[in-house]
Every structure is written in structure tokens, then in C-alpha cells.
Design a protein around this ligand. Sequence first.
Ligand SMILES: [Zn+2]
Length: 805
Amino acid sequence: MMRRIRWPAAMSVFLVLCACTKTQRADYPIQDVPMTSVRLTGGFWAERQATDVAVTIRHEMKESEQTGRIRNFELAAAALQGETGGKLQTSYAFDDSDVYKVIEAAAYALWLKPDPALEKDLDVWIAKIAAAQEPDGYLYTARTINPANPPRMSGPERWVNLDDSHELYNVGHMYEAAVAYFQATGKRNLLDVALKNADFIVKTFGPGDKQIKRVPGHEEIEIGLVKLFRLTGKKKYLDLAKFFVDQRGNAAGHDLYGEYAQDHKPFLEQGEAVGHAVRAAYLYSGAADVAALTGQTAYWAALDKIWEDVVTRKLYLTGGIGSAGGIEGFGPPFELGNETGYAETCATIAFALWNHRMFRRSGEAKYMDLFERAAMNAFLSGYGLSGDLFFYPNPLASRGDTQRTPWFNCACCPPNVARFIAEMGGFAYGVSGNRVYVNLFAQGTADIGTKNGKVTIAQTTDYPWSGNVKFEVGLEKPADLTLMIRIPGWAQGRPLPGGLYVYDDETVEPSVLKVNGESVAFGLDKGYAPVARTWTNGDVVELSLPMPVRRVRASAEVKADAGRIAVERGPLVYAAEFADNGGSVTNLLLKAEAPFAAEHRADILNGVTVVTGKATAFRMESGLETATEVPLTLIPYYAWAHRGRGEMAVWLPIEKAKVRPTPEPTLASMSTVTASDGAKGLAGLNNLFEPESSIDHATGYAHWWPKKGTVEWVQLDFPNPTTVSEVSVYWFDDTGTGECRLPVSWKAFTRTGGQWVPVRTKDLYGVAKDAYNTVRFIPVRTEAFKIEVLLPEKYSSGIQELKVK
Ligand SMILES: [Zn+2]
């Protein structure tokens, strides 16, 4: 099947732009087959792309307009025309970058599905962006709107606050958008803005006497500069990308920003993944590009070490990275809390992009295994099925206190989702000489240029629900080619390289390959099944990957997963969710040997294969623990949180000590909770999860952050008027990681006949840490109960659990 050829305009301009050198330059040994050559036509990824194009991109354009992100460009343009007193309409100086990412996504969408109206709207946006660019090329609305009074994070002048200003981060995303838009439409409107800016940045930063030697606090521009280099062939962009990588941790060049920004030691000496996870993985991606394109191998030694560190010590089973919410980054080795797991959607995308580069350098399937694990699990969790709801953190367990939302004040994730989904086809293949690498199993067609001529590969599959994939080879004349078909690690009995996670049962059913109906024996070459032959038009390859349900165990060093197993089938990690399991999950104990079965359910969650089995459910009844055998249903992890609020867990107890019998309901748990404005996490304070300490983040808590020094309240409306005589409060306090402290004081009230009356007590209203603070009072029959809390002057406060008897 031949795909129609579009955008001759883009190609001709490309030839003009690219001052193609005759000498072969260094590059990855394996070349991309870009998304513009791959059309996904049905099944798992194509469905998500269709949602992206039909819903997500327009939704994000609307959010960008409504939140003032586009207005920022208009105000900057007005300021350049002499208007004064303008004010940034949004919270952060990096909000321009969201607009650029939306444009990049929309550019890919224009390729996936031509849409003149969308293109016209983008041109309007781009004109606004161009008008906001200062005459010398500088583009950063946060300052241009009002240079005399920029937001604090921008710094008082250009470049003086680079560790936090995001001046270079923003334009990195602009370069990516500009290249994508040029390739999609052949239009130079955004590209000219990008090149003018990049030329200015090239002049401003570098090794010269008068040039600035500092680095961006948030990496990204390195990736963007490399894309400009690939498009134009101008080496100065690559040189600057290399300069930024080399300057990291160079104390002679600037005051170091520290581990948070991977600026603690020279890049070549780095060997551990540290700090903010998105920054880190963008740096590693940019450094990989620099290594490939300069041919300087020293970078790979650092990248290999860092990758090893992530994969053997700091990676969630879902492929998410960055467990520590406080820094949005890497925690200590093996600290992979499930409820508290951050695994930011952007960090997963960045990790996938980095792995794609590691594959292109090495031809090793393990990197694309990780790409797939990240994309199909941690990443997709961040993208609601409807296409207009997103998660920022993607924990592996939940009490039901989090839901996807349409947008965020800090909105990095939604547009990153949109561009990554739209580009997905571009990660499916690779090519090196006469070798064609098949990395993703996704229905669709790819046109691939090889040393021995062009080949078209048409995939038919309903992966990941089954492991059967059919490839049809299209050729104008017979050609010698080697198809390198990825045999995923999970099909070889191991979820990941290294020992962080292993399958309980490593027995491997062989994967089967047939060419034109006949089985072919194959050995593995770096995780790929090589099929070398003289291919003719219409040849058919069939791959069959067995997909048993697997139990996964974590290394004993991962305390959070001790006494638990996870379940996988094919590339998907599974989760137990309240909606399928009688309303709760934490009360379930799995039988070590009970069999699992897989069953396709077209009727739920847009169609998923569920895993079924048996579990024992524990419950407290009249003070006694009961145990009942119950059916167990697991759904793909990515599909959680689509059916209301409730518990979810990836790691399920196989030890009784890890089970939490469903407690008997209490007055507080049956009450309706309300609180003063700004309170968050209210469901956490009566969920009957006992905190281990005041700083316990895992059990759910309510808080008033960032309010400070105010009087706040929380109220329980009882199901029926009840006589009460005791209240207990367990305070939340995250000293060391956050801004909540024990309150200054508190008071309790009951309501009778619409009047709030303080309870009568001689007890002290305690504010002790790590314990319940109980006040007994003269019994009152009441319909509602309230406590008032005075927050410390410089801190906020929160409540782990509130009980009334
Ligand atoms: Zn993000």
C-alpha cells in the first residue's frame, strides 16, 4: 500500500536550507524513520492519536488562550510597541513553553490529518509569537511585557537568573516546534523566529571572552539546538548544544546550581541520576545527541553509567522515573514509594526519548523495551481516555484522593503528552544500511529508505492485547534486507535488564516467527530476531509473542514492594482498582499460587484485556476480622482512575501483614467533610488509614497550604444526629520537605439547631506530633461537628486523620 506524498513545498525548502556537506558527518549508527514516514492506521496507538488530533490539541489550544498564555505574547508585542505597565497573565515565566509544545503537537497533527482551520489558527498564534520577539532575537514574554518589573523568577535582567528563569528552556521548546511546523507545512514563519533567536543565543553564550558561560537551570535547549542543526546543517547550533552540556558542573564557568539541575560536577564525571527528573532526562537526551553528532565517545561512558543507575535502582515498574515529589526528581536508590510515587508524566516522556537515543547508538533492544514500558504504562496513565484530562504525578497506588484534571497551573505535562502521542509513529522503526529495526508493534504502514532501496512495511496487529503481529513487505523489486524484529525482554522471561524487578516464574515459551507461512529459526542479536533474505513484494512475516500473565517481584532493597507482587501481561503492567473489586483493594491478599486468566473486555475502559484471579478479602465486623474468598479483576495500570474515586494498587500483598482489613465505618468516615476555602485532600482525613507519623505522605491527609497564619476550619456533617464526647486529631507536619507544621492552637464545636457551640472540656487542645491529640468533653447530641485551627504565622498546617466518638 502506497502512502500519498504530501508537502513537496517542505522538501524543496529543506534542500535550500540544508547546506549539505559532502563529507559524511558523525551520527547515530541507526537512523530514525521519522513520524512523517509512518502512518498508524488502527489499534492501540492509532486510537490514541485519533483522540489527540480530535480532542487533545484543540483542548490545549483553548486552555492556552483562556489561561492567558497567548495573551502574554500579545502583551509583550504591545510593550515592544511602547505600551507600559503590562503584567504577565500567568503564574510562571516558563508558560511560553506550553504554547510551543502545543504548536509542536499540532504540527504533527497536521501531518496525521490535514486541517486547514487548525493551520490557520496556528499561523495566527505564530504571528503573535513573532511580534513578541525583541529586535535582537530575544524572546521571553515574562520580561518583555514589563522589563522594569519582571516576575522574580525571571531575574531583574536578562540571563542573571538562569538557574530559574527558564529563558533558555522556553526557546528550546520553540526550536522543536519551529522544526516540526516547518516540516509539516513548509512554512518558515516560526522557523525564522527560532533561527533569529538561536543566532542571538549563539552570539551570547559560548567560550569567547565576552560570552556568557552559565548554563540553563532547566535543560531542553540542547535538544532544540540539535534539531536546528539537523535541519540547517549549521554547526554553530551543535557547537552551542555541546557547550551547554560541557559547561554543566564546570565551576570555573559559573556558580554551580547543584544536583537539582545536574550541575554538581562536569557531565563527563557524572554517573548517577540526580535531581529534577525532567531536567535530567532532557540533559541525557541532549548529551546523547551531542555524542552521536560529534563522534566524541566520552559522553557515552557517563550516559551508560547513569542509565544503569536508573534502571537498576531508581525506576518504577511502570517505566516512570523521579520518585521524590519534593524535588520532582530522583530519590535515593530503591526509594520507590507507591502511594507517594511522583513519576511525572513529563519525566516518563523524557526517559522514553532518552532510551530511543540509546537504542539508535547501540542497536540494543533493551532500550526500546524500556521505551515501550514507559510509554504504555507510566506515560499513558498521564493521559485520560477522553483526551482532555491529565495526571501530573502517576503514583502506583492510590486511596482515591487524586483525579485527572483538564489543565494545571504549571502545565508542562498536557502539551508534552499531546506532542509525544502525535509523534509515536516516529519511534516504531529504525534503519541502518540494509537493516530495518522494528521496535513498536502498531498497526500501520511505514515507508523506509534503506541502503538497498525503499521498502514499505505494513503491520497488522491488535497488540498489546495479543502478541500476534503480521508484517507485509512492499518492494518495487527484490532486495536483500535484514528485518530486525524486537523480541521484548518480557517475552524472554525478564521485565527489565538488571535485577530491580524479576518474574516469579522465568519459564519462557518460545516466540515464533514465520516467513510466508513457514517457521524460521532465529538467534537473538542484541534482543532482535534478525530475518535476513532476499525479500520480494508481498512477502509476509508473522510474529507470535506468547503473553502469559506474569507475577513480578521487586528486589528486596525496594522496601515499598516487600511482601507484594505485581502482575504483567505482555508489555502492560496491571493494577487492582476499587471499581472491579468490591470497592476496595488494600484489604486483598493474593494467593501465592492461584492461577490468573486473561479476558478481553470490550465494554470497559475503551476495550481492555483484564486479568482475573482470586483473592482473599479481609474485613472488620463487630470487632472481629473476617476473611472471604473473592474474585479478583486487574486492569491495565494506564486505565486507572476513570470510574470515580477509589483505591488502586499495582503492588498487591502476598503477605498477610501487608493487608489492611477494611475497617468498620466510623462516625467520621460516614460524615460529609467540608472545610474553609483552599483546603485540599479532604478525603484523606476520614479515610481510616492510620498514619505512621505526622509526615506520612502515603495515607492521605488534608491541608491548607499555601495559606499561613489564618484561622481555618473543617466540618463533619453526621449522617444522623449523634451523641459525641471525644475528638482526636492527628496533625500533618512535613518539616524538612514542605511548609506544613503543627498548628498554634485549635478548638472544637458542635452544632445544635443551627448554632455552633464550643464543646465543654477541661482537656488541653494538644498539638503533639506523631500521635493523636484527644480531647474529651461533656457529651452533646449534635448533627455536625467542627474544629477551628489557627495556622502558624509563617507556616501552613494539615490533618492526617480526624476522629469523633
Ligand atoms: Zn510535566
